[in-house]
Design a protein around this ligand. Structure first.
Ligand code: GDP
Length: 367
C-alpha cells in the first residue's frame, strides 16, 4: 500500500522483497495498491483483497508480507480473508534482527522488541505466542508452566502476565549490560582514544569499509542487516595516533519504533563518537532517501550534532550520471569503493585529519 508515487512504492517493495529474502523467504509476486490511506479494516481495499487472494491461490504462497505496520485487527481480518499467514514489515524486520543478533545484549534487545510488538497482538490460547516467538526459535521465557493460572483467569491473561515479567527481566538485564558498556566506553575516553563511528543505511557497505580501513575480518554478507551489534576496532593513524572505528547497527527506512527503542543504547554509542562516517550506497536507486532516513535516526539519539563525513561507497558499481549528480549534491563527500579499494587512502587521510588533536605535553627545557 502506498500514498506516494509508484516509483517510491516500487523501491520500497523491492527493498521489502530483499528483506524477505534475507529472512529466508522465496518471493513470488508483488502487488501495489495506491490509496490515500490504508483501509481501516483490512489495510488494503476490498478489491485488492480479492486480487491478493487470487495471487496467493495461483502461486501457492504460504505467507503475505505487507509493507507497513498493520494494526492487530487489520492483521487478523486480512488473515481471515486470504487464509494464509500475514506478516507486516515490522515483524519481518524483527525476525531478521532476531536471526542475526550475535551478542548477548543484542539478543536480549531483539527479544524485548519482539515481545513489545507481540503484547497487543496476543489473541488468546497462546496461539499467537507459539506462532510468533516459537517460529523464530526464540521462545525465551514464554514457555508453559503449571500452576501459573489463577482461578477464573484465561490463558490469555497468564500469557500476557508472563510476557510482562519476561519484559521486565530483559529490561533489567539490558540495563546491567549497558553499565558494563558505559564503563568500557568511559575507559576509552579516559585514555582519550578518539573514536569514529561508521553509520549508514543497511547494506551500504559499512562492514566492508571497516575491513578495508582496519584489516579486520568482520562478517560481510550480501544481505540486509548483516550487522547488528557494534564492532569496535582499534587502528593506527600514520602519525602513530591510535583511534577506534565502530561499525554500527544497520539503519533502515521505517525502522520499527520497538527497535529504535531497543537499540537506543547501541545507537547511543554513535552519539559519543568524535566523527561520524556516514556511508551511503552510490549504486542504490535513491541514495538521498537513504541519507535522510539515517539522519533521522541519528537525530533521535542526539548524534546529529556531531561532525559528519559523508562517504559515497560502491563507486565501482554506480552509473556515471549518478556519481556526477551526487558530486554536485554533496561536494564535500568522499567517493570510494570498499570493493576495489579506490579512494580508500584519501578517505583514511581525511578521517585522520578530522580526528581531535590530542593534548600535547610540552616539556620546557631551560638551559
Ligand atoms: P553493511 O550492511 O553496510 O555493513 O554492508 P556490507 O559491508 O555487509 O556490504 C553489503 C554488500 O555490498 C556486500 O555484498 C558487499 O560485498 C557489497 N559491497 C560493499 N562495498 C562495495 C563496493 O564498494 N562495491 C560493490 N560493488 N559492492 C560492495
Amino acid at each position: 500500500w502506498t500514498s506516494g508515487t509508484v516509483v517510491d512504492a516500487e523501491n520500497s517493495l523491492a527493498e521489502l522483497a530483499a528483506l524477505a529474502e534475507t529472512a529466508g523467504s522465496q518471493v513470488l509476486e508483488g502487488l501495489i495498491q495506491r490509496r490515500s490511506q490504508p483501509d481501516a479494516a483490512t489495510f488494503i481495499g476490498r478489491g485488492k483483497v480479492d486480487e491478493l487472494k487470487a495471487a496467493v491461490e495461483s502461486t501457492g504462497a504460504d505467507t503475505v508480507i505487507c509493507d507497513g505496520e498493520l494494526s492487530p485487527s487489520q492483521l487478523r481480518n486480512l488473515e481471515q480473508k486470504i487464509k494464509v499467514k500475514v506478516v507486516d514489515r515490522t515483524a519481518l524486520i524483527l525476525d531478521i534482527f532476531a536471526q542475526h543478533a550475535k551478542s548477548k545484549e543484542g539478543k536480549a534487545q531483539v527479544e524485548l522488541a519482539q515481545l513489545q510488538y507481540l503484547v497487543p497482538r496476543l489473541r488468546g490460547w497462546g496461539e499467537a505466542l507459539s506462532r510468533q516467538t516459537g517460529g523464530s526459535g526464540r521462545g525465551g521465557g514464554a514457555g508453559g508452566g503449571v500452576g501459573l493460572r489463577g482461578p477464573g483467569e484465561t490463558k490469555l491473561e497468564t500469557d500476557r502476565r508472563r510476557i510482562r515479567t519476561r519484559i521486565a527481566k530483559l529490561k533489567r538485564e539490558i540495563t546491567a549490560m549497558g553499565v558494563i558498556r558505559d564503563t568500557k566506553r568511559a575507559g576509552r575516553r579516559r585514555n582519550t582514544v578518539p573514536s569514529v563511528a561508521i553509520a549508514g543505511y543497511t547494506n551500504a557497505g559499512k562492514s566492508s569499509l571497516l575491513n578495508r580501513l582496519t584489516g579486520a575480518g568482520v562478517l560481510v554478507e550480501d544481505a540486509l542487516f548483516a550487522t547488528l551489534d557494534t564492532a569496535t576496532r582499534r587502528t593506527e593513524a600514520r602519525d602513530g595516533r591510535v583511534y577506534t572505528l565502530s561499525d554500527t547497527v544497520g539503519f533502515v527506512r521505517h525502522l520499527p519504533h520497538q527497535l529504535v527503542e531497543a537499540f537506543r543504547s547501541t545507537l547511543e554509542e554513535v552519539a559519543y563518537a568524535d566523527l561520524v562516517v556516514h556511508v551511503v550506497d552510490g549504486a542504490h536507486p535513491d541514495p538521498e532517501e537513504q541519507v535522510r532516513a539515517v539522519r533521522e535516526v541519528l537525530a533521535e539519539v542526539g548524534a546529529d550534532r556531531l561532525p559528519e563525513l559523508l562517504v559515497v561507497n560502491k563507486a565501482d558499481a554506480a552509473p556515471q550520471e549518478m556519481l556526477l549528480r551526487l558530486k554536485r549534491e554533496w561536494p564535500d563527500a568522499v567517493f570510494v569503493s570498499a570493493r576495489t579499494g579506490e579512494g580508500i587512502e584519501e578517505l583514511r587521510e581525511i578521517i585522520e585529519s578530522r580526528l581531535p588533536v590530542p593534548a600535547v605535553e610540552v616539556l620546557a627545557c631551560v638551559p
